[in-house]
Every structure is written in structure tokens, then in C-alpha cells.
Write a protein that binds this ligand. Sequence first.
Ligand SMILES: [Zn+2]
Ligand SMILES: [Zn+2]
Length: 443
Amino acid sequence: MAPRLVQRLGVPAEVLVRGARLYDPAAGLDLIADLHVRGGVIAAIGGDLDAPDAEVVDADSLTVLPAFVDPHVHLRTPGQEESEDLATGTAAAAAGGYGAILAMPNTDPVLDSVPLLEALFERGAEECVVPTGFVPAISIGLTGRQLTEMYALAERGAAGFTDDGRPVESAGLLRRAFQYVGPLGLPLALHEEDMTLSRGGAMHEGVVSAELGIGGYPAIAESAMVARDLRIARYEDGRIHLQHLSTRGSLEELAWARSVGIRVSAEATPHHLLLTDEAVRSLDANLKMNPPLASEDDRLALVEALRCGLVDCVATDHAPHASDLKEQPFEQAPNGVTGLETAFAALYTGLVEPGVVSLAVIVTAMTVAPAVAFGLEPPRLAVGASANLALWDLAADWTVRSAGFRSRSANSAFLGRRLRGRCLLTIAGGRVAHRLAAVGVSA
Ligand SMILES: [Zn+2]
Ligand SMILES: [Zn+2]
């Protein structure tokens, strides 16, 4: 069954991007040319295009990338709109160059029933600036006791299932979930955490946690669960998507899974790819998330896994929290950081510019790979494709500041950092979803 994405109605884009570098590694495209979007569709790519009715964007020295796909976003709706809602969350996505996102079900109430899913589709069709899909819960109320009505939810357009925020503690329930979801062709997206190991931990267990005297969350809390769940997926021949991997041990399990042919996809977040538990010495609650920032050895393993394709997807795990929630001592503060508006620039600055990971790998992990993992149409810079693209100034420096976010929340792990790469214009689902005021548009 096919996932359903919703987006608010809007005027289809009529834009001529003139003279940009058009870069789409999946399509083998890397050239300087004009790109004409007509009626929300890429109508032409070539030199000196003429489009009298379109807005013309002079894009000398700018780069057009396919719009990104984020398989892991918390939109906090319904129930926690003081932190985010569908309009602000998708505006944040558009500002980060995203053209499609999938929302997690740990809302209040939990997205675990057909009426709630339909209510979100209805609301999304009025409020979502970029096409948005929803991933309902595996278990009712995220309690791990009883499976949701997976068939009925899939029929209505669920994009997969997850209990994210929590692991599926019962191996028996997870096995039954794979049995139900198998014929539906949808993945189970799993937050990997053995809570009997992580309980009481507020940061990665290691030298830094010992020095700070903060309860440790050991790396094996993740890798032990990854090992278990991969074996259940293998036994049931299920499609498994591993969320926000953060440790070397988990990556060793993933390598084994690929070697024996398990149908697995896996994501890494920009914060786990770029930061370590050393940063937690600041006791800044904006560096607290689950799983926690791990050791430099774990981070290097994660970067290498992304570089070689073992980890195929980048996801933000965008987890907004209203400022009063994060303004607590580190150990009491809630887990989670925002990420949609900084993801690409952080990775470009931290990994691409220094030559650690190629632009092709980053773009693929932010477009085709997550789309394929969740059965979505991959964004393409190709004539005839729906316009899902973003215009970037890869030379622009900017400083991450709380006042600059479209998200309702500002709990970014990258606050105060200088990043390179600014998204100037995003066309998502054929509509202009984001435009930086500075973009020169002439008629
Ligand atoms: Zn999670
Ligand atoms: Zn999450």
C-alpha cells in the first residue's frame, strides 16, 4: 500500500532558475543550466530558456539540489502545539530545503487509530507547507501491549509504523508486528533502546559522564536492542528501519545484517555525525537527546558508515521543545533537539567542505535513500518530474541563532555555530514553500 502525503493547496510554481549548478547525483546530473518550473512541474532544463510568464531567479554561482526527504520528524501535533504545529514544523522543513517529511506518532493523544490519522490528514491538507506523511504507532498508546490496527491504518495511507520515543520492549509483540506489516509492504521504524540498560542515564556512559557525575546511558543499550530486532526482522523476513543509530556496536550489527541480506535501512542524525559527549561538558540542555551524543570513536564509526553506504539515510529526529521545557537542569530537561533548518548546512560545513564525505553521499542520503526506505517518490531534477527542489548558496556563511528559526522552538544543538550553505528557495510538491527575502527575483 502506498503512503499518503498531504500538503495545503497553493498556486503551482512558475519559476525560471537561471544559470544555477543543477546537481542530482541519482540522476547523474551536474551541469550549469536554466531550469524552468511550469505549473509545478519541471518543464525544461537547458541553456538560455525562455519563460515569459515565470518569475526569473538569477542563480549565478548558486546550486539547485533535489528537495530533501526527512523520515523522522516530531511535529508535536496534536497536543503539544506550544512546541510545534503542522504549519511551523513544515515551514521549518521548507527553510531547510526539505520537500517531504514523515511525522512521528508520540503526540498527545498518540497517533494510534484511523480517526486520528484521518484528522491529521485533514489538518495537514490545510496547514502543511511541504508534503507530509504520518507514521502511526506500532502499539496502542505506545504502551507496548497491543498492536494498532495496522491493516486499516495502512489502507488509509500510513507511511510505516513506529513507537519512536520508546523501544518496542516485547520481542513477541515486535514479531507479531512484523507478521502483520509484512504483507502491507511497509517498514517498521525502530527506536533502539534497552531501557533496563539506559534507565537513569542522561548522557552517554563514559569518561565524560563519570567526570560530570551524571548517570550514564551505555552504548550497549542501543546495540543490544539493534541485535535483537535485526534477528526478529530476519526471522520474519521483515522490512526494518533503524532510527538514529549512534554507536559503533550498532553499526557492527548493521554490517552483519547487510551481509546476510536482511531488508534494512538505517538513519543517522547530523548531531550524532558531528558532535560527541565532550560537548555535554557545557551542561547545555540543547545537547540532550535520546540516544545521547556518544564518544568520538562512535562518531567516527558513524561517519564512516555514512560514507560507505552502510548507513543509507540522514534523518533529523527534529524534536522541538518550548523554551521553558529546556530551561531546566541538564538531568531534568526533556530529550530532543530541532534539526530541520540546520541539517544540510551542518553536514556541508562539518563533513563535505573538509572533504570527509562527498556531496553526492550527503544528497543521496537526504533524498533517494529515505524515499526508497518508505516507499515515497524520490525527488528528481528531471524534465516531467514534479518540482521538488531547493536553491542553495553553498558559499554563504550564517550563524545559527534562536531568533532565526521558522520552527516554533529553538532547541538546536548548533546554536551559535557558523555554518556554510544557505537555502534560498524551496519548491515542494510543485509549490514555492520557502523563499529567503534576499533572493533576487525579477519578472
Ligand atoms: Zn527515538
Ligand atoms: Zn524521534
